[in-house]
Design a protein around this ligand. Structure first.
Ligand code: PHE
Length: 348
């Protein structure tokens, strides 16, 4: 992270009911109202949670910009101290709702790792700036299926670029993380006939591997397994310089946010001839779908077509990268920054 704050706002509160640290980072409102999910997980300390909110909100700015959305980037993070019981859970999300409401529309939240559409219902008791309530409560529902659908489009575009065919049949695909989105991507790839290797930090997820006919490996072994595609679908920071030196995959594309441990790792991947599709491009399905349904009033079919558009974005980025001789992460950044620069000027 740079030593200068390049975010518009950072709000840090201790929840009045839950006592937990709640951080909201607003990176940019240049393209419109800043959006980003609310992540809840254990952190070493609240500083680590703030750091995550800062990084994740920056990624949301690029995600919205590159996806053509008129929204800025933000993120909320709740730092857990231990396991949460039912009544505690309600307290946390009433607290989150209060923090969001206090920002007066400068941030709208949604689900993310560790939070669900039902948690959004609790948040909605305190603020209207919340996406992805269940359909029965007037929202667009769980963002995991559209996120997984966007990943499918990104995978197919990546396969087409790298191997000449978008078809996953027979391709060796390794999925790191079988959470809400990773499990859906695994099912989809198994149906499509891919040769799957999967892993998760939770050994209980091995049952899904059996059901799908996938090979289960420990996280370390899975990462080093030879593969056509490596699909990061867990928390961020997976791609370190050390790991990249030992990878044997042709391309990396997946829904995890902030996959790079540090920015220069993107150059290392390029130098090793591994195609890396930036995470903020591949993971945009959830936010595209939620805004299409809830704000742009698109029909279900139209909203899914917008999500499938991620395939065109990935194809355009990969071919621009090839034609200009730059790595894909630079081509993606150029696209996102062009949109940000074209839309007004921020008065700093
Ligand atoms: N969790 C989503 C992401 O990381 C964010 C999101 C925000 C999804 C609002 C839906 C609605 O992209």
């Amino acid at each position: 992270m740079s030593t200068l704050l390049d975010h518009e706002q950072l709000v840090l509160r201790r929840g009045t009911r839950s006592g937990l640290p709640i951080a909201v980072a607003v990176h940019s409102s240049v393209l419109g109202q800043p959006l980003g999910g609310c992540r809840m997980r254990p952190y070493a300390d609240w500083c680590a949670a703030v750091d995550d909110a800062l990084r994740l909100s920056t990624a949301m700015t690029y995600k919205c910009a590159v996806s053509g959305l008129d929204h800025g980037g933000a993120k909320a993070v709740v730092a857990l101290g231990g396991p949460l019981g039912g009544p505690d859970r309600r307290r946390v999300f009433l607290d989150v709702g209060d923090v969001v409401e206090s920002m007066g529309g400068a941030y709208a939240t949604g689900p993310d790792i560790g939070t669900t559409p039902l948690d959004m219902v609790t948040i909605a008791e305190r603020t209207r700036h919340v996406f992805c309530l269940p359909a029965g409560n007037g929202g667009s529902g769980d963002s995991s299926p559209p996120t997984a659908r966007g990943v499918r489009a990104a995978i197919r575009a990546t396969l087409a670029h790298r191997f000449g065919s978008p078809d996953p049949a027979g391709r060796r695909c390794t999925i790191i993380g079988l959470g809400a989105v990773g499990a859906l991507v695994a099912e989809e790839l198994a149906d499509a006939g891919a040769k799957l290797t999967v892993t998760d930090v939770d050994p209980a997820r091995c049952g899904l591997a059996d059901r799908l006919g996938a090979v289960w490996r420990s996280p370390v072994d899975a990462l080093h397994a030879p593969a056509d595609l490596l699909i990061p679908a867990a928390v961020g920071g997976l791609l370190t310089a050390e790991l990249v030196a030992g990878l044997s995959c042709a391309a990396i594309v997946g829904p995890a946010n902030n996959q790079l441990a540090t920015d220069p790792v993107a150059e290392l991947l390029h130098a090793r001839g591994i195609l890396w599709v930036p995470d903020y491009v591949a993971s945009a399905g959830g936010v595209i779908h939620a805004t299409a349904v809830e704000l742009r009033r698109r029909s279900p079919a139209e909203a899914l077509a917008e999500v499938d558009g991620i395939g065109h974005t990935v194809a355009a980025i990969l071919s621009a990268a090839e034609h200009t001789g730059t790595p894909p992460h630079r081509a993606a950044l150029v696209r996102a920054q062009a949109r940000l620069a074209a839309t007004g000027t921020r008065v700093d």
